[in-house]
Design a binder for this molecule. Structure first.
Ligand code: IMP
Ligand code: MG
Length: 176
């Protein structure tokens, strides 16, 4: 068996299975609609591509990038949009796709900003939800997995921009 770089927290097969379930659920919920999937760069790019290809409804994609000063997860951290959407969202069914929600502060800011543009609906789909660390109250419609309180890498998630390419979710050893 191939040696894994990091201890496996969620295996490739389990991700694949869960992504298919989520895509089926999203397709049911958005039947007859043409949702706009908004991916928050860069972590959610890998996750976005999988359910997107498994959707049975037409969908469009757009990207946003934000930075958090004082660090995402720190109370009072200021979030700034560094890349805004290309498409208008007024009157559209918008589904924000995230890699992981931790404190939720980044996403709370983003949702406020997007809600002000008056989409027809605004929902969130996250691969991972670390609910124990949540500070901001958020409506999260689709959750892939509950995340343990370990620093995770792989399947889009990085540590200092590395390891996004791993096909599974692994835990970064403490002090790495
Ligand atoms: P929040 O504002 O605290 O919810 O921050 C969420 C963001 O922090 C995510 O979108 C990730 O970019 C990053 N993040 C949080 N936990 C992890 C992790 O375990 N591995 C990699 N990135 C993480
Ligand atoms: Mg992110």
């Amino acid at each position: 068996m191939e040696e894994k770089k990091f201890p496996v927290v969620i295996a490739e097969d389990d991700i694949r299975r869960r992504v298919r379930e989520l895509a089926a659920e999203i397709s049911r919920d958005y039947a007859g609609a043409n949702p706009l999937l908004v991916s928050v760069l860069k972590g959610s790019v890998i996750f976005l591509a999988d359910p997107l290809r498994a959707l049975s409804v037409p969908a469009q994609v757009d990207f946003m990038a934000v930075t958090s000063y004082g660090g995402a997860g720190k109370k009072g951290g200021v979030v700034r949009i560094v890349k805004d959407l290309d498409l208008p969202i007024t009157g559209r069914e918008v589904l924000v796709v995230e890699d992981i929600i931790d404190t939720g502060l980044t996403l709370a800011y983003l949702l406020r900003t997007l809600a002000a543009r008056e989409p027809a609906s605004l929902q969130v789909c996250t691969l991972l939800d670390r609910r124990v660390r949540r500070i901001a109250r958020l409506p999260v419609r689709y959750v892939g997995f509950e995340a343990p309180d370990l620093f995770l890498v792989g399947y889009g998630l990085d540590h200092q921009e590395a390891h996004r390419n791993l096909p599974y979710l692994g835990s970064l050893p403490e002090g790495a």
